[in-house]
Structure formats: structure tokens, C-alpha cells
Ligand binder design. Sequence first.
Ligand code: HMG
Ligand code: MG
Length: 318
Amino acid sequence: MSLLGSAPKRVDVYEVGPRDGLQNELRTLATADKARLIEALINSGMKRIEVSSFVSPRWIPQLADAEKLIALLPRRDDVTFTALVPNLKGLERAKAAGLQEAAVFLSVTESHSRKNINKSVAEAISTAREVAEGARKSGMKVRCYLSTVWGCPYEGLTPVGKVVEVVKQLADIGFYQLSLGDTIGVGTPTQTAELVTEIGKVLPLPQIALHLHDTRGTALANALIGLSMGITTFDSSIGGLGGCPYAPGAAGNLATEDLVYMLNGMGVQTGIDLNRLVEAGELAQELIGRKLSGKYLQAALGEREKQASRARNERVVS
Ligand code: HMG
Ligand code: MG
């Protein structure tokens, strides 16, 4: 089938669970538990992990321990840790914590921008530019998120032309990758195809990542469209954790295990061990204290439970 024939042979999975997932949980995890979760993700083969945010602790109290957490993490040359950085104050914190990469973030739509970072889109672009410049001067790599690309909780469907306008204004700030956020998970495959086509005229495809929330169950379908068009980086979250506290209705991200299962089945390499990923998902579920939404995770845990119960029954019979 030509749709899949052109899919890349290898993709990067960028894990956002410890940041996007935990920022949206009512329960704040202990710093040591966050570190355990991140170590489980590293053990699955994950090479790029967004571990926290250097935002205002008043706005996101769940991630107020970013410095302490990063100090607990193992240093490995083959694993990159990153965190959200909203302004120069956040950049100073990220540098002091020893991060090699910063993720700046802003929205296409004015209302979400105001609610999320208390800035207009124009102000946010100028702040992202100064943070990116400061980060690069300090030898850090810069990633950039653009939120409300598909739709906005306050303004509805986002016109593609408006997205392209913002991408053009951002294109020269010095990021190595722009991650397009379907913040409230409203995207459909035709819209995704149009966005990738139009943004692909401004930026090369390898510079674009998709950050898909799965609020309405369309994240995997949108990822597949992106993949078929040549996108090679997908953000996802262990167990499907996630959401933006300043975007009402935003549910979890595309679950990492669901994405990796699909890619494995298609013969697309990720370097991630699915069984180990399930162990990380199980740990996330245990730490958070509720069943997570990831479908592969629930299927794998259900299967494991069935096997354990069969083994118990066999012991009773014999
Ligand atoms: P503000 O209140 O306008 O900031 O917040 P301010 O500059 O007026 O400062 C107010 C106070 O905050 C001051 O302290 C600052 O020092 C302090 P005070 O003098 O009152 O004691 N402050 C900071 N403290 C620590 N670290 C900092 C920092 N900056 C200021 N970096 C601000 C502006 C941007 C800080 C705030 O709005 C904020 O932190 N927002 C972050 C919200 C957020 O994290 N949202 C979720 C992440 S975005 C997302 O999930 C979407 C994404 O996943 C993609 C997608 O799905 O689309 C990325
Ligand atoms: Mg998000």
C-alpha cells in the first residue's frame, strides 16, 4: 500500500510523561518516585525524555521540584533530558540544573496564550526568541512547542493559515525541532495532512514533531498520517498520561506503548523494548494510583493477570 510504503524506517519517540503527564495529575508524586519512573523509561531504551518544567511553581505546583529531580537522575551520554522553559528566569534554573536542552513553548491562539503563560502571542514569540538565543549561547539545544495548532479550548478550530503565519515568525529563532501540539486532541487525519503539507512548506519535515493528545481517540490515526508523510519524531506519554491544566478538556497524550506497538508491527524501528515499556507503565500506574488510559498497557497487564490466575488454578488442581 503506497501510504505505508513511504513511511520512514526509523522514528524518534520523545517521552513527555514525566512533564506533560505529571503536570496534570492532582496527586503530586514524590521526587524519588518521579526519578524511579524516569529510570524505568530509560531502561526501556528511551533516549529523549522531558523530565519536568522550569515554570512558575505557583502555576504548576506538581513540577516545583525540577532541580531536585534532575539532581537525582543518572547522567548518560546516550540519553537527553529536557524541560519546559518559559522565560529567562526558567533558563537560568535549567542551566544551573545542568540541562543540555531547553523546550520553549507558545500557542497559536491568543486566548490559550494568555491563560497558559499570561502573554500575547507576539510577546510569547519574542520571549521564545530571547530564551532560545540565551540557551544556544550557553551551548544548549532548543526545542520549540506550538500549542493549539489543531484547535483551541477557547477559540475552536484553528485556521491552518494562522498556524503557518506563527510558524513563519518562529522559523528563525534557532530551534532544532518544532513540535506541533494538538493540545486538546481534536485533530482528524485530513486536518493533520493539511497541516503537515502547509507547515512542511516552511520547515523541513525532519524538523517537525507531532505532539498529539488523545482526547477523542484520534491521536494514533493522526500519527499514522504524519508517519506516512515523512514525520520522524512523535511525542508520547507513558500510559497515556497528560494534559494542559490551562486547556480545559485536554486529556492524555498518545500513549507511548500504543505508538511503539503500532510502529513495531509496521517494522519501523524505535530502539524501545515494549515489554520494558509495559513495566514502566505499570510503575506509573502504581505511583499515580489509578488505571491509566493506554490501551496496549491495559491489554498487556490483563494478559499477564490471566496467565497468573491460570497458573494459580493449575497449582490448586495439582
Ligand atoms: P507571570 O505570573 O505572568 O510571571 O507568569 P511574572 O514574570 O509576572 O512573575 C510572577 C512570579 O513568578 C514572580 O515571583 C517570578 O519570580 C515568578 P514573585 O516575585 O511574585 O515571587 N516566576 C518564576 N518562578 C520560577 N520559575 C520561572 C518563573 N517565572 C516567573 N520560570 C509564567 C508567567 C510564564 C511564569 C507562568 O504563566 C507560567 O509558569 N506558566 C506555565 C504554565 C504551564 O506550565 N502550562 C503547561 C505547559 S504547556 C503545555 O502543556 C502544552 C504542551 O504540552 C504542548 C501541547 O500539548 O500543545 C507543551
Ligand atoms: Mg501537551
